[in-house]
Design a protein around this ligand. Structure first.
Ligand SMILES: *Cc1c(COP(=O)(O)O)cnc(C)c1O
Length: 393
């Protein structure tokens, strides 16, 4: 592959070595293990003296193709792909941190990430201080002599807060921390954390990367020395990405650029259309001028992403009525699909919390998260507008 090709072009063209069949599209390598012609070749592979595939828990051609494309898109040295986004996140913590270590983490992180850092890491003597996403003084105050890692998401889910990556990169460097960024909401096409000094970038490939709500997957890319540790941890503990899912995800990367362009355009138009709406208190989208971190968003992102959120008037009850009134938009626990999706955290994912607890994590009673799909935007807007009218009845 000529190095001068644009990363987007490379995400279309990178492929595993062709088989003797000379197929145009990469075949599926559904095989648990790989054969060796000679004992010596097998010895060398096990001794890490060659890159030969041994066993699909370690590596597989479909998985490698997906990783190579992700490394090119993020500008990373190396990577490892996992069965889910959560296994990528979990493995990055357990491979790189040990008993007695401390990490600082944005309090606005994905729900399961929050559970891992608050419930499971402490069981193994790894402590974590949660910090409000945009409170620079609080990040500074959280640093301890044993702080090893800084972990954040931007934009955050579901409140779409933006953390300044340029600041985060400098802060991590100053305190000698591994900076790990969950880049799920932005994708590498809108934001490249490594350019700002991130050491690791993590994705739930389940979302925009798959893009059609079909398979689960995760990937970690970044500094080669850190990926080596993560690889050894995963090779032995087994959160491997299935070759079939890798094949799906690699094919999806061929269209990520055109898809994201349309998702972002639809999301921005939807956000603009809903701004003056009698049944909506506020609309939030990183590329709307009124967003509290608009200046940072336009500095570090090339577009605002595919998710918007809004507050429907009338609280939890109005939020439930809104979901019930939707005729086209799907009500489901995912995002980043070709089909638009709406969710209402207060009555679903966060319904077991008290209202106070919900407010503490930024879940207001009428908060609706919308993942803008690839439908014609007029159809998305029309469905949401009619559901908003019914939410007030
Ligand atoms: C969905 C999601 C995850 C978890 O990914 P899975 O593939 O569901 O395990 C992590 N981070 C963010 C921001 C997500 O949206």
């Amino acid at each position: 592959m000529p190095q001068q090709l644009d990363p987007v072009t490379q995400a279309v063209r990178i492929q595993t070595v062709k088989s003797p069949q000379k197929e145009h599209s990469t075949p599926l390598y559904l095989t648990s293990s790989f054969i060796f012609e000679e004992a010596e070749a097998m010895r060398a592979a096990f001794a890490d003296e060659s890159d030969a595939n041994i066993y699909s828990r370690f590596s597989n051609p479909n998985v490698d193709e997906f990783i190579k494309k992700m490394c090119v898109l993020e500008g990373a040295e190396d990577g490892f792909a996992t069965a889910t986004g959560m296994s990528a996140i979990f493995s990055s913590f357990f491979a790189l941190l040990q008993q007695g270590d401390h990490m600082v983490c944005s309090s606005s992180v994905f729900g399961s990430t929050f559970t891992v850092v608050t419930k499971y890491l402490p069981k193994y003597g790894i402590t974590c201080t949660l910090v409000p996403a945009n409170d620079e003084a609080a990040w500074e105050a959280a640093i301890q002599p044993n702080t090893k890692m800084m972990y954040l998401e931007t934009p955050t889910n579901p409140q779409l807060e933006i953390i300044d990556l340029e600041w985060a990169g400098k802060f991590a460097k100053k305190h000698n921390l591994i900076l790990s960024v969950d880049n799920c909401f932005a994708t590498p096409l809108l934001q490249k954390p490594i350019e700002y000094g991130a050491d690791l970038v993590i994705h739930s490939a389940t979302k925009w990367i798959d893009g059609q709500g079909r398979v689960l997957g995760g990937v970690i890319v970044g500094r080669a020395d850190l990926i080596k540790e993560i690889y050894l941890f995963c090779r032995n503990t087994g959160p491997a990405l299935s070759p079939f899912n890798a094949w799906v995800l690699s094919k999806s990367l061929e269209t990520l650029d055109v898809r994201m362009e349309r998702h972002c355009k639809n999301a921005l138009e939807l956000a603009e259309a809903l701004q003056p709406n009698a049944n909506v208190t506020w609309v939030k989208y990183p590329f709307l001028k009124g967003h509290p971190q608009y200046d940072i968003a336009v500095k570090q992102m090339t577009a605002g992403g595919g998710v918007i959120c809004l507050e429907v008037k009338g609280g939890v009850e109005a939020g439930r009525k809104f979901l019930d009134a939707l005729e086209m938009v799907s009500v489901t626990a995912n995002l980043g699909d070709s089909r638009s999706i709406a969710s209402h955290p207060a009555s679903t994912t966060h319904s077991k919390l008290t209202e106070e607890q919900r407010l503490a994590v930024g879940i207001t009673p009428g908060l609706i998260r919308i993942s803008a799909g690839l439908e014609k935007v007029k159809d998305i807007i029309a469905d949401i507008e009619q559901a908003l009218i019914k939410s007030a009845l």
